[in-house]
Write a protein that binds this ligand. Structure first.
Ligand SMILES: Cc1ncc(COP(=O)(O)O)c(C=O)c1O
Length: 408
């Protein structure tokens, strides 16, 4: 009887576990840890959405198995969102599917379209399921740079020339977790042209569609590129837009072949989300959207407080234009120790938890991800503690006014 399960052997130990263990131990010892290591929204969802959930739970007919691909009203609400927000028309019957959070959709679509040994192109660093969804499905992953620029495009060209077998799919995620990079439509045009030329599927993860900080430049959808639907699907999520992470509600939209593949595999695996969650999600998507601008303003305030505080501490961090994270190069004085040891040191000495960049892939080493997941008061407290930590280690070099430059 084997205990060496093939798929499990392909999953490396969880890098974050070491820092999480140290965090739990510090808390158990009574330390006040400011946890900026997670990507878990800390706000309540919109009140009218919660009310709709409660109301629907009261309906005795809402407790049976639901529809795996999502109730029709939910798929229609998602299509309306794409029309309103991106000017992209979708057929709710063939081009939209609801998923149990976008993570589940990404994992199951990876399984649906992969043959063992396929080559898949995945940015590094990236959110772990981008890579591991395909690895679990038996693919080999070729890393590409995570920057939405010429570097990535050149790496894609090299990848199709030198990978055997030729790559079958590419994942992108902008605004990105963990790097906070944001792509523009011109970049997506290049990607779509590449994918159409080389017959490669694109999976775009747009989980942070609504968490952006320049009001004049909301992140675009790759599907807004003419012809994108021939090669691309896009994943969105209720988790960050409406702070509904625990509800597990996401979507895939776009290429009908890919949507059909995901629909088919899911029809074998699940019965859809709990109906009241789907009904309340319809209320979120179709109802007033003030909440979304409020949450965006809240994250922007937090970003500004965090970045100013880090600047004062002498830690140079690029100003994120979107997502819930700052992607921070380890200060030079600590660079040698690597992201896991640095995260543990910061936890021990400053009481601040961050996510080590190595957890997002080999090329995440040298960075830590700092989440905007605590209120501004706690963020000020965190940056004051970081400042003392930096001073104690003689690590706080002077910095330029990056934030002033970014907001002007
Ligand atoms: C880039 C990215 N994609 C997907 C997800 C998963 O979202 P969901 O809650 O919809 O599964 C996350 C969660 O943090 C994320 O950061």
């Amino acid at each position: 009887m084997t205990e060496e399960f093939h798929r499990i052997r392909r999953l490396p130990p969880y890098v974050f576990a070491e820092v999480n263990k140290a965090k739990a131990a510090a808390r158990a010892a009574g330390d006040d840890i400011i946890d900026l290591g997670m990507g878990n929204p800390d706000s309540a969802p919109p009140a009218h959405v919660v009310q709709k959930l409660i109301e629907t739970v009261g309906n005795p007919r809402a407790h049976g198995y639901s529809v795996s691909r999502g109730i029709p009203g939910l798929r229609k609400a998602m299509a309306n969102y794409y029309e309103r927000r991106f000017n992209v028309s979708l057929d709710p019957e063939t081009e939209v599917i609801a998923t149990l959070g976008s993570k589940e959709g990404l994992a199951n679509l990876s399984a649906a379209i992969t043959s063992p040994g396929d080559t898949i192109l995945v940015p590094n660093p990236s959110y772990p399921i981008h890579q591991f969804g395909f690895i679990i499905a038996g693919a080999s992953v070729r890393s590409i740079p995570a920057t939405p620029d010429e570097d990535m495009l050149r790496a894609l060209d090299r990848a199709v020339r030198h990978s055997v077998p030729k790559p079958t799919a590419l994942i992108v995620n902008f605004p990105s977790n963990p790097t906070a990079f944001v792509a523009n439509l011109d970049f997506y045009k290049e990607l779509v042209a590449f994918a159409r030329r080389e017959n490669i599927w694109i999976l775009s993860d747009l989980a942070y569609a609504e968490i952006y900080f320049n009001e004049n430049e909301p992140p675009p959808s790759i599907l807004a590129v003419p012809g994108a639907k021939d090669v691309a699907v896009e994943f969105t999520s209720m988790s960050k837009t409406y702070s509904m992470a625990g509800w597990r509600m996401g979507f895939a939209v776009g290429n009908p072949k890919l949507i059909q593949a995901l629909t088919r595999i899911k029809s074998y695996l699940d019965y859809g989300a709990f109906t009241p969650i789907q009904v309340a999600s319809v209320a979120a998507l179709n109802g007033p959207q003030d909440y979304v601008s409020e949450i965006r303003a809240m994250y922007k305030d937090r970003r500004d407080v965090l970045l100013r505080g880090l600047q004062t501490a002498g830690w140079d961090v690029p100003v994120p234009a979107g997502s819930m994270f700052a992607w921070a190069p380890i200060p030079p004085a600590f660079a040698e120790m690597g992201s896991v040891a640095f995260s543990k040191l910061l936890l021990k000495e400053a009481g601040v938890a961050v996510a080590p960049g190595l957890g997002f892939g080999e090329y995440g080493e040298g960075f830590v991800r700092i989440g905007l997941v605590e209120n501004t008061q706690r963020l000020r407290q965190a940056t004051r503690a970081i400042k003392s930590f930096m001073t104690r280690h003689g690590a706080g070099a002077g910095t330029a006014d990056l934030l002033g430059a970014a907001s002007s």
